[in-house]
Design a protein around this ligand. Structure first.
Ligand SMILES: *[C@@H]1O[C@H](CO)[C@@H](O)[C@H](O)[C@H]1NC(C)=O
Ligand SMILES: *[C@@H]1O[C@H](CO)[C@@H](O)[C@H](O)[C@H]1NC(C)=O
Ligand SMILES: *[C@@H]1O[C@H](CO)[C@@H](O)[C@H](O)[C@H]1NC(C)=O
Ligand SMILES: *[C@@H]1O[C@H](CO)[C@@H](O)[C@H](O)[C@H]1NC(C)=O
Ligand SMILES: *[C@@H]1O[C@H](CO)[C@@H](O)[C@H](O)[C@H]1NC(C)=O
Ligand SMILES: *[C@@H]1O[C@H](CO)[C@@H](O)[C@H](O)[C@H]1NC(C)=O
Ligand SMILES: *[C@@H]1O[C@H](CO)[C@@H](O)[C@H](O)[C@H]1NC(C)=O
Length: 397
């Protein structure tokens, strides 16, 4: 990636805000990073104290006044040790990030690759707080310093974009993948609150429907991970109040399945029923499989035993059950729950919109999301169970 490294240097000096790289078959759109200078007055810093950032590619033509905001993903850090490590990587500091990002899939500016959103203003919000843009705390013991300012980063970026035209948006879509898909659930109504009443606002989560589920050793792996995260980074104060006052325990509202009924903005849920991240880290985390019985199955679903497949089918059923209320009663909601072994399907061109991309009922993800956003038809697609779907790429990585 010498080209990107060279461009990163270039970005620091004056230059265009986007460029096409010619390194691979079709042209790739690279968009320059913008640091949010005003963030410091809000105390909005990445883990290491660096300024937060986004990448903006301007809309044009009929999309000139429409805005798509996409939260970057990348896991979480839930203790001091892992956050200190993260602070010295691209996941916790804009100093270590690529200064140019490839815009593809839902972020592409090419109508034949991204038919409904190509001409919108498209923004990628860089993730550097480690708590899905939702924490507000600080760690300082004299020798180590960490900023847990995700919620402030979110606000600093919104304030900056409102001035750049988001405040006059005609249409808006808040999206994100993985930890960014979770951020989309957590900030959806807050986003709507910043926009004019007559703006059409909707939200989408890609691979962000993390389930509260026990792992195969019956431990509450993800629940305890999130509890540590919420307490370390001061997330609870930023969870939906209507949810936290009605739930079994307040931290539950970090899980989309409990927060979803309280979200008033129209929502689209894109997820695989066999989400690879959840499979590998939540359902079968390494601790729960010390002898490596799942090793081959994790690499290739065709190598799973009957018992393992049954466990995966149970996971799918649980996900569909958690979504059944939404499926039945959300009039303005949409969904696309396919059965491919994948994680994040909107940002890569292969899975978003291509001749051989995954389909449910012969519809691609880009078509499903577009149909829902523009109200062309009701879009609640649920795939048949593995291994029926022949359009999958089964991207296990
Ligand atoms: C848009 O994508 C199509 C299909 O990959 C390609 O043929 C075309 O050259 C692209 N157009 C631009 C302007 O990059
Ligand atoms: C501060 O915290 C770090 C990380 O936990 C630890 O290594 C260090 O010893 C602590 N310093 C003090 C003065 O307690
Ligand atoms: C919303 O209302 C304002 C003020 O009346 C108007 O200028 C703007 O064009 C409207 N926007 C949309 C999307 O209708
Ligand atoms: C968004 O959330 C923040 C933090 O909870 C809050 O201070 C702010 O008022 C909210 N904004 C809107 C428009 O609801
Ligand atoms: C809670 O729900 C009520 C009624 O639906 C609504 O008016 C209020 O804005 C909600 N509060 C929050 C924080 O979402
Ligand atoms: C399950 O959780 C308990 C308590 O947190 C822990 O001691 C045990 O090691 C965990 N077991 C596995 C297999 O992770
Ligand atoms: C599926 O959709 C494509 C266009 O995206 C169309 O050409 C094809 O005929 C459709 N197949 C079926 C079985 O409907």
């Amino acid at each position: 990636m010498n080209l990107i490294a060279a461009l990163s240097m270039f970005a620091l000096t004056l230059g265009p805000s986007f460029i096409y790289s010619e390194s691979e078959e079709p042209e790739r759109l690279l968009v320059k990073m913008t640091l949010v200078q005003e963030a410091s007055s809000l105390g909005a810093y990445c883990l290491d104290g660096s300024l937060p950032a986004y990448h903006l590619h301007r809309g044009f033509g009929a999309g000139e006044h429409n805005w798509l905001l996409q939260f970057e993903g990348g896991g979480w850090c839930n203790d001091i040790k892992s956050c200190l490590e993260r602070a010295q990587t691209r996941r916790g500091s804009t100093s270590y990030m690529n200064k140019w990002e490839v815009f593809s899939g839902i972020l592409s500016n090419n109508a034949s690759l991204n038919p409904d959103f190509y001409n919108w203003n498209r923004v990628k919000l860089r993730y550097c707080d480690g708590a899905s843009f939702a924490g507000d705390a600080k760690f300082d013991n004299g020798t180590s310093l960490l900023y847990f300012r995700g919620q402030r980063i979110w606000q600093a970026i919104i304030f900056d974009l409102l001035r750049k035209g988001l405040g006059n948006a005609k249409k808006a879509l808040l999206s994100g993948c993985s930890a960014g898909g979770l951020a989309s659930f957590l900030h959806c109504d807050n986003f709507t609150g910043y926009l004019p009443r007559n703006t059409s606002v909707k939200c989408l989560s890609d691979a962000g429907f993390f389930l509260e589920v026990r792992d195969i050793s019956l431990n509450h792996t993800i629940r305890s991970f999130y509890e540590d995260l919420i307490s370390l980074q001061g997330v609870q104060q930023n969870l939906d109040k209507n949810c936290t006052t009605s739930c079994y325990y307040p931290d539950q509202c970090f899980f989309p399945q409990y927060a979803l009924p309280y979200i008033r903005t129209p929502f689209f849920i894109l997820n695989s029923a066999y989400d690879v991240y959840q499979f590998h880290h939540i359902l079968v985390p390494p601790n729960a499989d010390p002898l490596g019985h799942w090793y081959h199955c994790k690499l290739n679903p065709a190598a799973c035993s009957t018992n393992q497949i049954n466990i995966l089918q149970g996971f799918r059923k649980y996900m569909l059950a958690a979504l059944s209320f939404f499926f039945e009663f959300s009039r303005r909601g949409g969904m696309f729950i396919n059965s491919c072994f994948a994680h994040c399907q909107s940002e890569s061109q292969d899975t978003w919109f291509a001749a051989d991309s995954p389909r449910v009922h012969n519809k691609t993800i880009a078509e499903a999301v577009g149909d829902w956003y523009f109200g062309r038809r009701v879009t609640k697609e649920i795939d048949c169970a593995y291994p029926c779907d022949t359009t999958c790429h089964n991207l296990i990585g």
